[in-house]
Write a protein that binds this ligand. Structure first.
Ligand SMILES: Cc1cc2nc3c(=O)[nH]c(=O)nc-3n(C[C@H](O)[C@H](O)[C@H](O)COP(=O)(O)OP(=O)(O)OC[C@H]3O[C@@H](n4cnc5c(N)ncnc54)[C@H](O)[C@@H]3O)c2cc1C
Length: 362
C-alpha cells in the first residue's frame, strides 16, 4: 500500500512478483459487490452502564456486542490508536483491551494485516467480531470469499473517512504541549449533540466543540475525506453487516422521552445472526423498537454520499504548506463571509422595510 499526496493509501502491484491470478480484481467489493435484499429491524438503545455510555460516541452498543463476543472466548477487531495516534485496526481478546476501540475516530483506519488475522482466528473456530466502516466489512467479506458461521460483523453509518495525513497535520498543532495521553473525538462534557474534541496531556487539556475545533470543522465540512466517500457504494439500508450502529439523530422527535443528551444509538439488525447477538445483549441495554425508515429519516449519511466541496482539492493540496489551523481558517473563511453577507443583506432589507414603512407612515 502506498500513500498518495493527499495521504490516502492505495494498493500498488509489484509487476515482478505478480503471477496474474487476478484475485485482487476478483475480490474487489466495488466490482463484484453483493446485493443484499433484507428488511432491517431498528432500535433506539443505550448501554445500562453510564461510564461505558459516556466513554462511547453514541449509546455504547459496540461495547455490549464486543463483551458478548469476548465472553464466548471470541476475538474483537476494531479501530484503535497506535502509539503515535495513527488510527489502525487491531484486535482485543479481553474486556480491558476493548477500551482502545471505544469511541469514533474520524480518520481512515489502516487495515494492515487485520483481514489475514481474522482468517486465522476463524480457521481456529474462534468467534470473531469485526467492526468498521461498511466498505471495510465489504472488503473483509470479499477477501474471505465465503460466509463463516463464526464471523459476526458490525458496521457504522459512516459520514466518510478523513485523510490520515490531514490528521497528522492537525496533531502537529499540539507539538509544543508535550506527549499526548488521550484523544476523544466525541467528548460529551457539554452533551452528546454538542460534542467536542478533547486531547489530554500530562499537565493540561484541550477541549473545543465541534464548531470550533479545526479538525472537526474540516471533517464536518467534508474538506478532507477519501475521494470514494463522495460517491460511496455502501450507503444503503440493506447492508452486508449483521448489525449497523449509528447516532440516533432525531431522537428528540422520534422518542423524546428517551433523550437525555448522553447518547442514544440507532441499531439496525440486518441478519438472523445479528438478531441472535442483539437478543443475547439486550439484558445490558435500555432499548425501544422503532420503524427503520423513521429511525433513519434524520440520518442522511445512512443512504446518501456527502457532497464534494469545491475547495477540497485545494485544501488537501496545501497540507504541507500551511499549519492546519491556518489552512482550515482559509478554507472556511468564505463560509463566514457568506454568512456575514447574508446577515448584512438581511439587516439591509429589514432597514429598507423599516424606512419604507416609516416613509409610508410619514
Ligand atoms: C469515520 C466515522 C464516521 C461516522 N459517521 C457517522 C454518521 O455520519 N452518522 C452517524 O449516525 N454515525 C456515524 N458514525 C458512527 C458513530 O459515531 C458511532 O461510532 C456509532 O454510533 C457507534 O457508537 P457506540 O457508542 O456504540 O460505540 P463506540 O465505542 O463509540 O464506537 C466504537 C466503534 O466504532 C468503530 N470505529 C471507530 N473509529 C473507526 C474508524 N476510523 N474506522 C472504522 N471504525 C471505527 C470501532 O471499531 C468500534 O466498532 C461514524 C463513525 C466513524 C468512525
Amino acid at each position: 500500500m502506498a500513500s498518495d499526496q493527499e495521504g490516502f493509501s492505495y494498493p500498488q502491484i509489484n509487476q515482478d512478483s505478480c503471477i496474474d491470478c487476478n484475485l485482487c480484481v476478483k475480490c474487489c467489493p466495488i466490482t463484484y459487490g453483493v446485493a443484499v435484499h433484507n428488511k432491517p429491524t431498528a432500535f433506539a438503545a443505550h448501554h445500562i452502564n453510564n461510564d461505558i455510555r459516556m466513554q462511547s460516541s453514541s449509546g455504547g452498543i459496540f461495547t455490549a456486542i464486543a463483551e458478548y463476543v469476548i465472553g464466548n472466548n471470541g476475538v474483537v477487531f476494531g479501530a484503535c490508536f497506535d502509539n503515535w495516534f495513527n488510527v489502525v485496526h487491531d484486535y482485543a481478546e479481553t474486556s480491558e483491551d476493548l477500551q482502545k476501540m471505544r469511541g469514533s475516530k474520524y480518520v481512515q483506519s489502516r487495515i494492515g494485516s487485520a483481514f489475514e488475522q481474522v482468517g486465522r482466528f476463524l480457521d481456529q473456530k474462534r468467534l470473531v467480531l469485526f467492526t468498521g466502516t461498511p466498505c471495510q466489512i465489504a472488503g473483509l467479506k470479499s477477501y474471505l470469499r465465503s460466509d463463516n458461521e463464526y464471523l459476526v460483523t458490525q458496521d457504522i453509518i459512516c459520514h466518510g473517512v478523513p485523510s490520515p495525513k490531514a490528521w497528522n497535520k492537525y496533531l502537529e498543532l499540539f507539538s509544543k504541549k508535550g506527549p499526548i495521553q488521550t484523544i476523544s473525538f466525541r467528548n460529551k462534557d457539554t452533551g452528546w449533540s454538542e460534542f467536542s474534541m478533547k486531547v489530554t496531556f500530562a499537565t493540561e487539556q484541550y477541549r473545543r466543540d465541534l464548531s470550533k475545533d479545526y479538525f472537526l470543522k474540516a471533517f464536518l465540512r467534508n474538506l478532507c475525506l477519501r475521494p470514494s466517500c463522495y460517491q460511496c457504494h455502501f450507503k444503503t439500508l440493506h447492508r452486508e453487516s449483521d448489525i449497523t450502529l449509528a447516532d440516533f439523530w432525531g431522537i428528540e422527535v422520534v422518542l423524546p422521552a428517551m433523550n437525555d443528551d448522553k447518547g442514544i444509538s440507532l441499531v439496525l439488525i440486518n441478519s438472523e445472526k445479528g438478531k441472535q447477538v442483539f437478543q443475547a445483549i439486550s439484558k445490558d441495554l435500555i432499548c425501544k423498537p422503532v420503524d427503520y425508515l423513521q429511525a433513519t429519516k434524520y440520518n442522511k449519511a445512512a443512504t446518501q454520499s456527502i457532497s464534494l466541496p469545491e475547495k477540497r482539492q485545494d485544501f488537501l493540496a496545501h497540507l504541507n504548506e500551511l499549519p492546519f489551523d491556518s489552512l482550515v481558517e482559509k478554507h472556511t473563511k468564505e463560509k463566514i463571509r457568506t454568512i456575514f453577507r447574508r446577515f448584512v443583506l438581511k439587516i439591509g432589507s429589514k432597514t429598507k422595510k423599516k424606512l419604507l414603512h416609516n416613509t409610508t407612515k410619514g
